[in-house]
Design a protein around this ligand. Structure first.
Ligand code: BMA
Length: 366
């Protein structure tokens, strides 16, 4: 009897195995212990709530630039974001600061400080157009992706660009000298046609090759093992469109999407729901992490955007984080902000949102 029971138990265990992976491991088989721990931490936190994210939070805010430990989010709600986004655009061309005026040396310092307080980091990359020397938005051609793939005219130069990215990630170290594990969200918003890697600029197959080449180069050639990889198209109509350019489960740790409010709340809710449903269902079925990698309402003209528009939507889903885009410091771009700063008339709306029990700030995840 005992034997039969044991056998039944083993069989039941196997059935369970085929349905749900026993442990959530990053796609990088040689991921550092810290990277494995970060991935597992994301799964643990997924049961707790949705992490609040903000882009460039430590670097600058509305009306200030590089003031130690300052953050618009902290100024308004009394705590830092749990998820902290930074942008690597221009690192590939060897610049000392990114396209939004953050010095990479400072960015490394912010990473160290953020990590020390238990925050999590995610990096985007608006890399330049290697064929024209223009920006990421220089997208009139449909040959750039092809030209950086193996055999393409810009392939070897493109690898030198990836070398600079690798150097940055390998410079992310904590106080004990361990690599800080972070999220890399590459070639994002590709369901749109505004970047050189967008849907009008390359075929699905070329996009997938660009992705797998980049991951394999960073991971296997450059030995960067402190990364989790996030896939994040812009809005999509359905699953088919979302996955049209998906490079495969072996190349993605996090399934996410970007979606902005632009005045039409019904339209926003529709696409937020489509995206949230796709990523949460897929993540649950395949053992990935689902997230909203960028959202917000530029200039916050709606006094109840956070509490009455956004929250009721995301509250329905098991999402890892929701990240709001940057609050610019430049005087000529004063309307480019996505979270309130101290003194902003609708700051209470944000406070109400952040105080919801399922919205997690830095303290809540430590
Ligand atoms: C965009 C804008 C740009 C910025 C870019 C990369 O959405 O905020 O001003 O340069 O992101 O951070």
């Amino acid at each position: 009897m005992k034997k039969i029971a044991l056998l039944a138990g083993v069989l039941a265990g196997c059935v369970a195995c085929t349905q749900k992976p026993a442990a959530h491991l990053p796609i990088d088989k040689n991921a550092s212990p810290q990277t494995v721990a970060l991935y597992q931490r994301l799964f643990t936190l997924l049961d707790k709530g949705i992490m609040l994210g903000h882009q460039d939070d430590y670097a600058y805010g509305h009306n200030w630039y590089n003031e130690p430990q300052r953050s618009d989010v902290n100024d308004v709600v009394g705590d830092y974001p749990a998820m902290n986004g930074y942008e690597l655009g221009d690192i590939e061309i060897g610049n000392d600061r990114n396209l939004d005026s953050i010095y990479f040396d400072n960015m490394k310092l912010y990473a160290k400080q953020t990590h020390a307080r238990g925050g999590i980091l995610t990096y985007s990359w608006h890399g330049n157009n290697i064929a024209t020397g223009g920006t990421a938005w220089d997208c009139a051609q449909d040959t750039v992706v092809r030209s950086v793939l193996p055999g393409g005219v810009h392939h070897s130069q493109y690898l030198t660009w990836l070398d600079r990215l690798a150097d940055f990630f390998l410079d992310l170290k904590d106080a004990d000298g361990n690599y800080i594990a972070v999220i890399f969200r590459l070639y994002h918003e590709h369901s749109g046609g505004w970047f050189w890697w967008g849907s009008k600029q390359c075929t699905p197959d070329e996009y997938k090759q660009l992705w797998t080449m980049t991951v394999a180069y960073l991971r296997d050639t450059k030995n960067v093992h402190n990364l989790l990889y996030a896939y994040s198209p812009d809005v999509t109509e359905n699953k088919e469109q979302y996955f049209e350019r998906y490079p495969g489960d072996d190349y993605v740790d996090i399934v996410a999407f970007d979606c902005y409010a632009r005045g039409d709340n019904e339209h926003y809710a529709k696409y937020m729901n489509i995206g949230a449903q796709i990523v949460t269902e897929y993540a649950a079925a395949t053992g990935k992490i689902p997230a909203i990698s960028e959202t917000g309402y530029e200039g916050l003209p709606d006094s109840v955007y956070f509490s009455e528009v956004l929250y009721p939507i995301i509250h329905e889903y098991k999402l890892s984080w929701v990240l709001f885009w940057r609050n610019t410091f430049e005087l000529h771009r004063r309307d480019h902000f996505y979270v309130p700063y101290k003194g902003f008339p609708y700051e209470e709306d944000f406070v109400e949102f952040v105080n919801q029990p399922d919205i997690l700030t830095n303290k809540d995840i430590n």
